[in-house]
Design a protein around this ligand. Sequence first.
Ligand SMILES: *[C@@H]1O[C@H](CO)[C@@H](O)[C@H](O)[C@H]1NC(C)=O
Ligand SMILES: *[C@@H]1O[C@H](CO)[C@@H](O)[C@H](O)[C@H]1NC(C)=O
Length: 589
Amino acid sequence: MRWSSSLALLVAFIQIAASKPLTSKRWDEFDVKHAWADVPKGWELHGPAPADHALDMRIALKQDRFDDLVSTLYEVSDPYHSKYGQHLSKEEVEALVAPHPDTVSVVDSWLSAHDIDLASVQRDNGGSWITVRVSVEQASRMLNATYGVYRHAKTSDYVVRTTSYSLPRILHDHIGVVTPTTYFSTVRSMKATSFLQPQIEALQDGDADIASSLVAPDPTPLFPRAAAPRSLLRVSVLCTTLPHMCPKLLPRTASGLLAILNSLRTTLTYKTDAVGGTFTHVQVNGGENDQSNPGDEANLDIQYTEGMTFPTPNIYYSTGGSPPFVPDSNTPTNTNEPYLDWLNFIAAQTSIPQTFTTSYGDDEQSVPLDYSTNVCNLFAQLGVRGSSIMFSSGDDGVGAGDCLTNDGTNTKEFQPNFPASCPFVTTVGGTTRVNPETAVSFSGGGFSNVFAQPSYQASAVSAFLKGLGSTNKGLFNTTGRAYPDVSAQGQGFQVVIGGRVSSIGGTSASSPTFSGVIALLNDFRLSQGKSSLGFLNPLIYSTGAAGFNDITSGSNPGCGTNGFTAGPGWDPVTGLGTPDFGKLQSLIG
Ligand SMILES: *[C@@H]1O[C@H](CO)[C@@H](O)[C@H](O)[C@H]1NC(C)=O
Ligand SMILES: *[C@@H]1O[C@H](CO)[C@@H](O)[C@H](O)[C@H]1NC(C)=O
C-alpha cells in the first residue's frame, strides 16, 4: 500500500490532538497468536467463565540470547568439543535467557495500560517468565479471547481456557506464549504411558523360590541380600535376564541425583516397603500425595529407579492437580498445566538433579505450537546446566485411533507425541524378551511435525529413511525430529501397588529403567571427578552409539498401518537400541 507523506502527517497530527494518549491505540490492534479449529478432542464447553474469576497468567518473554543458549548446549554436550562437560550455572543460564530490556519495557507498558500494578508482577527464570494475577474479564480484554469453563469428559477435570487468543501486533516479537489460553491438557487428562498387564502373571511376595531366584548370583551379588529393598529384587530380575544392562558394582559415591517428574495424584505405597531406599517427595505448587488414590505410574517409576540406582538419592516431583478446580467458584486457580510450574521451579534451584525421567505425553498436535516451543526451550536450559532429561516415547506405536489431523482438514497422519518430539530431551522406546531382545509393539516412535530434525541425528535418520523407501510415504514428516533415541525393556514390570504385586507395561517402565542406567553412569563420572553427562543425544548418536545393543526386530503398528520396523542401526521403534552398562561405562570413563 502507498501512503502519501501528507496523509501520514495528517494522521499523526490527529492522533496527537486526540485526547486519548497515542500509545493506548496500539493495544487494540490484535493479531491472532493461536487458535483451534475446534474445541480440542475430549473436552466440552461447560459454560462461560465467571468474569471475576482470578487467573494466574503466565507470559513467556522472548529470550534475547536463546540462539547462544542452544549453541552452548551443543558445545557442552558434544564429546568432540573442547567445551564438553563445561555446564553453566543457574546465573550464567539466566543471563542467556533474560529478555532484552526493550521487551521488558514494551510488555510492562502493555500491562500498565491494563491497570496491572508492575510491583505485583512475579518475574522468574532471569525475567523470561512473568506471572500476573488477572480476572477473566481482564484477560479477555488483554488477549481478545473468550474464556469458557471446559470439562474433560473422561476425568471430569474443569479448566478455564479459550479456543483462540490474540496479542497486540507490536507484542508478537516479544512474547512467546501466554497461559492459560489454548493448551487444554491438565495433569490428569494427559496420557500416562503405562498400563496394567493382568495377562502377565505377577510375582507374589513371600514366594521364597521366586525371591531367591531374583537375586543375582554370587560372587558378584548386585546387592547384599539382607540389605536389599524389595525393589532391588525386582530389578535384579531385569539384571539376571539382561545382565549387560546392569552394573556389577554399587554406585560408589551416591553423589548423583535422579529426579522423577510425575504429575498425577499418587500414592507412593512403596515408601514403607523400601527398606534402606532413599527418595524425597517434593510437591510443586499443590502437587498431591493422595494416600487414597494409588498411582500405578508413580509406583512403577519410583520402584524401578530406586531399585536400579540405590543408594543414589531419588527425588520424586509431583505438580499441580490440587485443589480440584470448581467451575463456578471465584477461588483463584493456578494454571493447572503439567510442565510450567515444575520447569520454573527446577530452573530456580541453584543445584539440580543430573538425571530426570518423566512418563507423560500428549499427541503433539494437541499442544499449541507456541506452548510446545517454549516448554521445549526450558528443557534445553536444563541440559545446559548438566542434566539428562528422559521422556517415555508413548504407548501407541505410530499413533492411536483414526490419527486424523485437527487442523480442519481431517487428514490421516502418524501422531507424534510431545515432549517426546522435543529435540532437547532423550526419548525412550520399549523392548521385550531376550535372545533376541525385540521391539515391543506399543513402542511410540515417529517424526515431529513441529520440531526440525537436529543435526546430531541427521546421519542415523537418513540411513533409516534410505532403507525405508516409500513405505508410509505421506504419513509422516521426513524433516522432523525423529524419536525414540534409545529404548529399554517395557513389559511385565512387577510393581507393588496398594500392597499387591501387579504386572505393568509401557514405555513408562522403559524411561525410568534407562534413566537408572544413566544415573549410575553419572555417578561413575562424578566419582572420577568428571562432569555429569548432561544432554545425552550428541553423545549417544556419536561416540556413545557403540554402547547400545542394536534391536533389529519388531515393529510399532498404529493408525491402521504396520507402523515402522526395527532394523540394523537407528529406527523409529527402538532408536539406537538398549543400553549396555559396561560398554557405556568404558566409553564415558
Ligand atoms: C477479537 O476477536 C473476535 C473473535 O473472537 C473478532 O471478531 C474481532 O475482530 C477481534 N477483535 C480485534 C480487534 O481484532
Ligand atoms: C514438517 O516438519 C517441519 C519441521 O521440520 C515443519 O516446519 C513442517 O511444517 C512440517 N510439515 C507438516 C506437513 O507438518
